[in-house]
Design a binder for this molecule. Structure first.
Ligand code: HEM
Length: 509
């Protein structure tokens, strides 16, 4: 508490500095960055089992690791002529891995730690000393345990109608017809459902609080720069805005946690699971702050791309709508004129989970083609071997999902969206929810939310993709930009719009 208070005071002091003082600090940050870059240019390792270093690449060339990671890694693999190479980020060794053998070793090596990897290399998770950056293994284990409790069939069945309520309410704000930017409205909707499912009713029911939180999390994304990742302790402007946003998020979450624990009020929500288990406050705050990042961003991105693909591919939109209609007619008591949302809410969880082959294949193909993830780990065990190359204890390892998901031997014509692709049986050839020792712990909730909101949209709206300049379907369908490491938003903003019109009520066949 004292720590956070002190931190807030320090931030306040910085914010009130004169413009000149801020410029001086920023200039000295840049000077330090440049000198450290030159200091860090790596030397070759004489060990023959060590991966080759990128020769002729100094740290300035490695800034693209943060800005244009897909291009950087592709070019570097090509330049090195190897499937595994290493480079330096300041004093840290980072080993980049590709290929089937490297992938298997990367995913299954026990000493590789995801939390330590993300701490240095991601920079997009709010790091608040004592709250999120210093969560000990014991607290992380408790958070993971509570996350599985939040995804028992019983709890998910209770969340199911609430997710649909939120979806219906936000879609209602769009009106009966119009055009929306998919990458604005869809992440907003999934941020709301994530807040609903991973935090507290008091926040989820408060539109202003949700909007504020969304804006703060967006600030964290935009404030993540190479400098803020490499020198998180340095008061660069981006580091300051990131810290300010993190402290504000902390205050919102802390306020709700404190009120709930002190008032003894009982709610039917996920925070209550933590309260009932008498978890310590740092676990509660870490759970909400950390999982909102993990959950809302990835679910919002996947949902946005799923919507783009459905809007741009009428044949798949039709198949998905038929599946949603069939669920409604077979597993609910829907009659024309009834509320579609209420009917969907009455469909049992196990039907949503096990009897939606079209939705499953749509999600699978979306996660293959539009998830620009690079898995990051730190070797916290003894030296390990990946693809026959030595990974020293303490070094960092990265594996870009593009290596497998865009491999034309595994996926012919890899940039084409085709949910009818046969499932490849090669081990670890599809890792949309992770693989080996690290798989997504929120996937049950994420899949359910994606299916519910998509079904609602398909049944309540007619929609297609539109180029906002011409008002016509785009000549070329948007393609995921893998250099945008968080959302892979298409480069052309004009073609990511959806035109929609509310449908007449569905007839019962
Ligand atoms: C469509 C949405 C989602 C996608 C595509 C997704 C994907 C993934 C992937 C690929 C990983 C493995 C990362 C790696 O190996 O580096 C992962 C891990 C994880 N995910 Fe998700 N995720 C989604 C939603 C969620 C949600 C909603 C939550 C929480 C409620 C969540 C919680 C986690 C956690 C805690 C881990 C780390 C597991 C560990 O430490 O072993 N994810 N996710």
């Amino acid at each position: 508490m004292i720590l956070v208070g002190g931190l807030a005071a320090l931030l306040q002091a910085f914010v009130s500095l004169s413009a000149t003082a801020k410029v001086l600090i920023a200039v000295s940050s840049a000077a330090a960055l440049i000198s450290l870059c030159f200091y860090a240019a790596g030397a070759q390792d004489p060990d023959e089992n060590s991966p080759d270093s990128l020769s002729g690449w100094n740290l300035l060339a490695i800034v693209p690791f943060f800005d244009t990671r897909f291009d950087f890694l592709n070019a570097a693999f090509q330049h090195s002529g190897q499937s595994i190479f290493k480079f330096k980020l300041l004093q840290n060794t980072v080993i980049a891995v590709s290929g089937a053998e490297g992938r298997k070793d990367f995913l299954t090596s026990r000493g590789l730690d995801i939390n330590e990897g993300f701490k240095l290399l991601s920079g997009a998770i709010p790091m608040l000393p004592g709250v999120t950056s210093d969560l000990q293994a014991r607290r992380i284990a408790t958070i993971h345990k509570r996350l599985s409790m939040a995804q028992t069939s019983e709890h998910l069945s209770r969340l199911l109608p609430k997710i649909l309520d939120d979806g219906e309410r936000l879609m209602g704000l769009w009106g009966n017809s119009g055009t929306i930017d998919i990458f604005d409205c869809i992440p907003r909707m999934f941020f709301q459902t994530s807040v609903r499912c991973l935090s507290a009713t008091e926040i989820a029911d408060d539109d202003d609080a949700v909007a504020r939180l969304k804006q703060l999390y967006d600030t964290l994304d935009t404030a993540t720069t190479p400098a803020s990742v490499l020198f998180p302790w340095f008061p660069s402007p981006s580091m300051i805005s990131k810290l300010v946003a993190t402290v504000k998020i902390y205050k919102i979450v802390n306020g709700v946690v404190q009120k709930r624990t002190q008032s003894g009020v009982v709610e039917d929500d996920t925070l209550q699971i933590l309260v009932d288990n008498a978890d310590d406050k740092m676990v509660m705050i870490g759970f909400i702050m950390g999982l909102l990042v993990a959950g809302a961003r990835s679910t919002g991105t996947t949902a946005s791309w799923l919507t783009i693909f459905l809007a741009g591919h009428p044949e798949w939109r039709m198949k998905a709508r038929e599946e949603a209609e069939s669920l409604l007619l077979t597993h609910s008591c829907y009659s024309p004129g009834d509320s579609v949302k209420s009917a969907l809410a009455s469909i049992p969880l196990e039907i949503w989970e096990n009897e939606t082959p079209i939705f499953d294949s749509l999600i699978r193909e979306t996660l293959r083609l539009a998830q620009p993830h690079t898995a990051m780990r730190r070797n916290m065990g003894p030296d390990a071997y990946i693809g026959g190359k030595r990974v020293p204890s303490g070094s960092y390892v990265v594996y870009p999902f593009s290596d497998v998901h865009l491999d034309s031997e595994l996926y012919p014509d890899p940039w084409t969206f085709n949910p009818a692709r046969p499932e490849n049986k090669t081990p670890h050839s599809w890792i949309g929810w992770g693989g080996g020792t690290t798989v997504c712990m929120g996937q049950r909730l994420a899949r359910l939310s994606l299916k519910l909101i998509t079904a609602l949209m398909l049944l309540e709206l007619d929609f297609d993709l539109v180029d906002r300049r011409t008002g016509q379907p785009p000549l070329v369908l948007p393609q995921p930009n893998w250099n945008d490491a968080l959302t892979c938003k298409p480069d052309n903003e004009d073609t990511r719009h959806m035109r929609y019109r509310r449908r007449q009520c569905m007839a019962k066949s």
